[in-house]
Design a protein around this ligand. Structure first.
Ligand SMILES: *[C@@H]1O[C@H](CO)[C@@H](O)[C@H](O)[C@H]1NC(C)=O
Ligand SMILES: *[C@@H]1O[C@H](CO)[C@@H](O)[C@H](O)[C@H]1NC(C)=O
Ligand SMILES: *[C@@H]1O[C@H](CO)[C@@H](O)[C@H](O)[C@H]1NC(C)=O
Ligand SMILES: *[C@@H]1O[C@H](CO)[C@@H](O)[C@H](O)[C@H]1NC(C)=O
Ligand SMILES: *[C@@H]1O[C@H](CO)[C@@H](O)[C@H](O)[C@H]1NC(C)=O
Ligand SMILES: *[C@@H]1O[C@H](CO)[C@@H](O)[C@H](O)[C@H]1NC(C)=O
Length: 773
């Protein structure tokens, strides 16, 4: 083999220049354990897969796919034509396809109305059109196939009541109103978009006794790109079009995603048990409106109730008061059809040499509006581009090491329906085989790169970002841009299809895309104006940022597939974990620290996903992973008074040790990879050792994230089972790290706090000992 070949990490393949007997013995022994690995393949052609991919993406068809996907409505559970079209494209790019159907509870809009009524006279002062304006040059805003403005899963109802303005409708906002003695009971609540997931606004309103909710988009949340600052509205400029309405789901995302009638189990088959959906959807009606529509409504509150500074938005012509104003009522009417209907996921697979090491790339296909140029079609376009690029490799007989599966989900918008149900359906298989999940959603809605991921992926993500040119002059690489604009890999919350993978199954995940930032045009999220016309005129002229996303994702996939040692860095995880832990400890009430801890119950292995599955033999080749299935009784030294401070000190020590262990695993990984890269020059016995050690290490790496899955789940939300990452219970989109611990502090529960420290340190200790074995 040429040394040139040896330098190419993707071209590793053992040569057969060794003596024949050695070779037979080697093959017999190793082949027994590694039936899929071809030790004798010598690839004579020396294609460089990276340049093949980048070459393929020099042609940019993202705009073509965007145009196709945005040309017809594709609300969840509708437009089977687009399902077939997606499958057809997957086939065209050499993927083995499947259409996977689930029967899911959703709601479709039928009718709505909103009136401002004088209490004295009963006259209708204002009736909101509940429609976005037609814009001549934007074809997505006209026609008889537009999707009405509505909120998915908002309850049916016709209510007339006084109303109160509640700012963003966060938990803090409602607490503040209560404190100020502004009663929302029996009232309609008007809130603005922003800060938290919209479904939680409805949840908090309902919990405070409100009878209906209106949610509108305030220009005060458009980062200064406003008419007041001299910016013209779409289509004449980058500011928000005043009639634009954000549709969306009002499901209780942070409680549990997926089909509201099948919490925690898949909506598949004829005999699925259906439960009352109200565990994750509301009981009061709600409507989304534009800022033009809210103006006459908020204006009537002027001078009534309180005027908190932090409630003020940037609409002109009135002051922001809470109300209520006894002289005016709102009549809010929402009528939707709730039914169980088929939703369709489309999958396309490239079968790699290792069928038990799988990378899934997912993106949803459904959209709230006919267009959806950013959400989700910038992701859908990039997904097809990646499939097309990888197919250029397959066409040249390149054999991928790991299996790569493309997923196009239905029903993400209503509550991550398609991804959650399939994740629940294939839970065992995914936990056994999936190495990483790569998520796309609104891949391009602005020009600022955002990266949220499981820390084990940080290293590889940034390495790949260094290899991609940023489209603007003088910026350098994508990495350079990221360093300047963000410089931080965030943690995953919720609001997209990675949720089931990370939070329920313990599969390392990443979510990324270009989002709006300083100077970017306002993105008309879930509005008719998230259209092909908008994206090609304002969002991403010539689709160059789409192309960057496709290149990034394609190279990332290649790296994760071809790097012989799974390219994770565990130390990045342990370091982050220690940081989260320290932050948490700094929030512990001082009075708790010297409290004595009464003895805890004995640990039950069944509570820990990984331990449970290993002991049930669900992970093949379990024991060599050093899984010692001994029970760890928590004995809080009955000898002396063991306090919380002692417990935290011990946990901190365990985390320090864990950091050391992960650091050494990472260097083992680097060592093994470099031995593998030099495979052809190794004596045969060393090759065997290297292959065995890599095989074993890869198993450890693959299952690492599963260690943090606690089977009983978080307090009061069993579906969220990752003890390090969850959707924030009061935020939805934004994540909460160490949720068990932090929620216990928020709730003032000492016992729950102690429980979660124990869960954490057991997981840390067990994982350390597995890694050490
Ligand atoms: C993509 O769109 C361009 C511009 O509309 C068109 O010229 C080209 O033929 C399209 N290519 C494909 C493969 O659809
Ligand atoms: C209408 O106004 C009267 C007095 O101004 C008040 O007592 C009553 O509660 C109001 N009705 C509603 C439905 O708000
Ligand atoms: C809603 O209720 C009001 C009375 O409160 C009634 O006048 C109106 O017709 C109702 N609207 C619909 C669509 O049922
Ligand atoms: C966390 O706290 C420990 C003990 O105080 C300290 O040694 C460590 O450096 C801290 N780590 C981080 C990431 O803040
Ligand atoms: C534990 O603390 C209690 C009260 O603070 C004290 O009475 C007792 O002697 C202590 N026991 C030990 C073994 O230190
Ligand atoms: C981690 O490693 C450092 C340096 O090797 C050592 O000083 C330290 O004691 C170790 N920490 C733990 C908790 O094992």
């Amino acid at each position: 083999m040429s040394s040139e070949k040896s330098k190419n990490p993707f071209k590793k393949g053992p040569s057969n220049k060794s003596p024949i007997l050695w070779t037979i013995a080697f093959f017999a022994l190793v082949g027994y354990y590694f039936p899929f690995q071809s030790f004798f393949t010598t690839t004579e052609d020396t294609i460089d897969p990276k340049s093949v991919i980048l070459q393929a993406l020099e042609t940019n068809l993202a705009g073509n796919w965007s145009q196709k996907y945005t040309s017809e409505p594709h609300l969840a559970g509708t437009n089977y034509g687009l399902v077939e079209w997606t499958e057809q494209k997957f086939k065209e790019y050499g993927l083995k396809t499947t259409i996977d159907t689930y029967d899911i509870y959703v709601s479709y809009p039928e009718d709505h109305d909103l009136k401002l009524i004088s209490n004295k006279t009963g006259d209708v002062i204002y009736q909101a059109p509940l429609k976005e304006d037609i814009i001549d040059e934007d074809s997505t805003t006209k026609g008889d196939d537009l999707i009405p403005t509505f909120l998915g899963y908002a309850a049916n109802g016709n209510v007339t009541a006084q109303y109160v303005y509640a700012n963003y409708g966060t938990k803090e906002d409602f607490d503040y109103l209560k404190e100020q003695e502004v009663d929302v009971k029996g009232k309609i609540v008007v809130v603005r978009y922003g800060k938290i997931f919209r479904g939680l606004k409805v949840k908090f309103a309902q919990e405070h006794g409100a009878v209906g909710v209106l949610i509108y988009s305030d220009p005060g949340d458009d980062y200064g790109i406003t008419p007041a600052n001299g910016y013209k509205q779409y289509p004449h400029g980058p500011a928000r079009q005043e009639s634009s309405v954000q549709r969306g789901s009002v499901q209780f995302l942070s409680q549990i995603p997926g089909d509201p009638t099948t919490p925690g189990y898949p909506s598949k088959g004829d005999n699925v048990e259906r439960k009352d959906p109200h565990g994750s959807i509301g009981k009061i009606p709600a409507l989304p409106i534009s800022y033009r529509e809210v103006k006459p409504i908020l204006k009537k509150l002027n001078g009534h109730g309180k005027q908190p500074k932090h409630f003020a938005g940037e609409l002109e012509g009135f002051e922001y008061f809470t109300g209520p104003n006894k002289n005016y009522n709102l009549n809010l009417y929402n009528q939707q059809k709730f039914n169980i209907t088929p939703l369709w996921n489309v999958y396309g697979e490239i079968t790699g040499e290792k069928k038990d090491e799988v990378i899934i790339i997912g993106n949803h296909r459904d959209s709230w509006i006919k267009g959806g140029a950013s959400d989700p079609n910038s992701g859908s376009a990039a997904l097809l581009e990646v499939a097309r690029a990888l197919n250029e490799l397959s066409k040249q007989n390149f054999k991928f090491k790991r299996t790569i599966v493309f997923h196009s989900y239905d029903g993400e918008e209503y509550g991550l329906l398609g991804s959650t149900e399939q994740g629940e359906y294939y839970a065992d298989k995914y936990q056994r085989d999936v190495v990483a999940y790569l998520n796309l959603d609104d891949a391009v809605s602005g020009k600022h790169f955002k990266l949220n991921a499981s820390p084990t992926l940080n290293h590889v993500l940034l390495e790949i970002a260094k290899q991609i040119d940023f489209p603007e002059k003088d910026v350098g690489s994508l990495y350079d841009h990221w360093l300047k604009t963000s410089g931080k890999v965030g943690s995953l919350g919720s609001g997209s299809d990675y949720t089931v993978y990370l939070d329920h199954l313990g599969i390392p995940s990443v979510d990324f895309g270009f989002v709006g930032g300083k100077g970017d045009p306002v993105y008309h999220y879930h509005s008719n104006y998230d259209s092909y016309h908008w994206i090609s005129k304002f969002g991403d002229k010539d689709f160059v940022y789409h192309n960057v996303i496709a290149k990034f994702l394609a190279l990332l996939t290649l790296e994760l597939s071809e790097h012989e040692v799974i390219n994770f860095k565990l130390h990045d995880f342990s370091k982050e974990l220690e940081g989260y832990f320290n932050d948490t400890v700094s929030r512990v009430p001082k009075s708790w620290l010297h409290k004595t801890i009464t003895d805890q119950e004995e640990e039950n292995w069944d509570d820990y996903e990984f331990a449970n599955k290993v002991s049930n033999g669900q992970y093949p080749g379990d024991k060599p992973m050093g899984m010692k299935c001994h029970m760890m009784k928590t004995i809080h030294n009955q000898k002396h008074n063991y306090t919380l401070a002692d417990l935290l000190k011990d946990a901190s020590h365990d985390l320090g040790h864990f950091k050391n262990v992960t650091r050494s695993i990472d260097s083992t990984g680097v060592e093994l990879q470099s031995l593998y890269d030099d495979y052809d020059n190794l004596p045969i016995w060393k090759r065997i050792a290297v292959v065995f050690r890599i095989r074993r290490l890869n198993k450890v790496l693959k299952y690492f994230e599963r260690s943090w899955i606690y089977r009983k789940g978080l307090d009061n939300r069993f579906w969220f089972r990752h003890i390090v990452y969850a959707s924030g219970r009061y935020t939805g989109y934004a994540g909460q790290t160490l949720p068990g611990l932090n929620e216990a502090i928020e709730d003032g529960s000492f016992d729950r706090f102690v429980k979660w420290v124990n869960v954490l340190s057991r997981s840390v200790k067990r994982t350390s000992s597995q890694l050490n074995a």
